[in-house]
Design a protein around this ligand. Sequence first.
Ligand code: ANZ
Ligand code: ZN
Length: 823
Amino acid sequence: RETYDPHAGIDKWLRLWREERLFEAEELTPASPKDEKRTLVVSMFPYPSGDLHMGHAEVYSISDTMARFARMRGQQVLNPIAWDSFGLPAENAARKRNLDPRDWTYGNIDIQAESFERLGISFDWRTRFHTSDPEYYRWNQWLFLKLFERGLAYRKEAPVNWCPTDETVLANEQVIQGKCERCGTDVVKRNLTQWFFRTTAYAQRLLDDMDQLQGKWPDEILSMQRNWIGRSTGAHIDFKIEDREEPVRVFSTRPDTLYGATFFVVAADSALADELCDAEHRALFNDYRTALASKAEMERLAIDRPMTGVFLGRHAVNPVSGERLPVYASDYVLADYGTGAVMAVPAHDQRDLNFARAFNLPVRAVVETGESDPAETGIATAGDGVLMNSGPLNGLRKDEAIATVIADLEQQGVGQGAVTYRLRDWLLSRQRYWGTPIPIIYCDSCGAVPVPDDQLPVKLPESGYTLRPDGGKSPLETATEWVNVDCPSCGAQARRDTDTMDTFVDSSWYFLRYPNPNYEDGPFDPAGVAAWLPVDEYVGGKEHATGHLMYARFLTKVLHDLDLVPFTEPFTRLTNQGQVIMNGKAMSKSLGNLVNLQEQIAQHGPDAVRVTMLFASPPEDDIDWADVSPAGSVKWLARVWRLAGDVGNATPASDDNTGDLELRKTIHKLINDATQAMESKRFNVGIACLMKLTNTLRQAVDGQLGADDAAVQEGTAALVRMLSCVAPFTAEECWVRLGETPSVLKAGWPEVDPALLVEEQVTCVVQVAGKFRDRIDVSPDISEQDLQQLALQSEKVQAALGGASIAKVIVRAPKLVNFVPAR
Ligand code: ANZ
Ligand code: ZN
């Protein structure tokens, strides 16, 4: 007996696909704008950290199946590839081995490119580019300057997250529970002058435009983004500080509790705290600050830790009651949220209450919520209720009190209604080498001067720098020849910015460049963008929920405002793939449970690896490689392959003979089910349909019908065509065995004959008081309600009821309905 070889024909098929350009979109920059015949499928582009791993195989199996399915259904499909090739791992590897990061990066890219091909991923290779190419990153610089012109890129000194191991600042998004996302080191705060993108200017639009994404992006991602943006409504209230000209403003979501404020707190690490502290308390305050600086963010944010702080020797004055409130500095108030100062209302805010108890400060409830007294329980009451102890507000409900206080504050000119967001501006500067140089030159007389357009790109120096400088310098500072330049504005001696951009800048717009990666007149070709974008199907991990996906949405809106793209959202639909895990745990070198992709491919062939990934679960679930069976996938592919051989050797049926009708009905039902499953991205269900079809056809071939039956032949051809979306190499082999001309990809997705889908019916017995009265034919999956209604319409049932009302109905869909009349 012939045996299926999971490695057969791979080179042959790769060559054929390449020669016939089967994965190339007809036109990359067609003149006509995007329509529903064009589909852009994009997976988050790879980082070249080494050869492809199991996680890559998972994502690209998913996106490739989407692309192949769309192509088989006659869509114009663009399935592009590029590399996210700047970043820390290259630099760290180069530092360790004393290499050029270029060698490591581009070497890995070539390895990954080859592996993608051999996994059968149907990329249009004409789109290929790498973000570390100067032809690409010059447009990062161009975009940076566009944002700079608009006031959306700015420089400020700020306490920033600093990773002592990677020796660089990190964006908030790269700090996970107080630790560096990459290396796990505790992040500390440092004061540095850095570049930011003003993402906060788009906070409300980032929220509002989520309406476009509802139902198309996973709910989980949308709610993570909503929380990350963190919109709060309330009021700004100005408190006079005794012996100080300027009042201090606070943000409160509960201005109704203004009469309940018993003290005042400013962020301990703010300039304001430093300024407010009087001479008497200076020494204590300084000690407190020093202690804080070494504390990790994580500890500071924990809710249940003991409250700490220092009295600053000053008093604030309540603008409505005139009450004097002692002013404290504490780390529980964050310098970069709201205004960095709060009016503390311990009765109704838990952290204020914890602080009040630690410092023996009064607790005064001002909303009667029906809960126990917070001064006694230590539990702040946050519920709704009626105001008390609040002068003119007494007796008002919470919402009425909020409106009244705001109106009152506005009238007195000491406050107003306000909205605050938790979202922070995007910190861009990185003290690293392997990234996009920030295109700014500092001149003693002209300040920060943008590098003129005709001098872009500012290329990274390829020599004359040290990757590992001493004394906390960034590598580019050591490239003296590169750093020292003439001021573009006055010609005097000036210096380049020596930081590079966060690589999330690279990934926030790369997809726009896919249709024309060699475009030179701008960051992307407007014709290509008009024809293909936004991305129809975006596939990638949910770890990017509040980082990459937020940045890309932000930048798209900026580009929209610059009239560079016609849409406001970059990704129409989003699919998050799960992780490939092992025995319930994430795979990692340290756990020693890494599954090697190349070994899996060598053992089972690329198709079985793909099928196993897709069949294990719906895309968003994790796949435990200990629970799946690539060998089982090989067995199924071998069954299809033998079936194709048997059917290919049979006598072809004549054109007017359609074969066995019952079998055809089963085949078309399965094609229909598979189509619906693929459309809704339930690839595991789709594959299950193909497996069922394989069994059905095998039984038919071995049974009375045999391989000569026209329906068997039709079904086998359909099976092979559908198989091409998940096991492309095997499908080509099978297609040839069926006696067809390659490629199966040109055959298209099988059509369903709706006439063959007419549902079967089952008989339902209808009783009245347990006695048989009628029989009705219904669909086997009828709902209980529908069945009950249908039964009630029966004349015989109506006659038996004789106008009596019904006391009880027993429904056992689809077989039985029993009406029990009232007596
Ligand atoms: C008085 C008050 C009374 C408050 C009350 C709450 C309850 P969200 O909802 O997260 O926006 N707050 C303001 N700025 C702060 C900062 N920089 N650091 C720490 N806390 C700050 O939280 C807004 C509330 O958090 C504000 O409303 C303020 O306390 C506090 F019964 O003001 B509230
Ligand atoms: Zn100058």
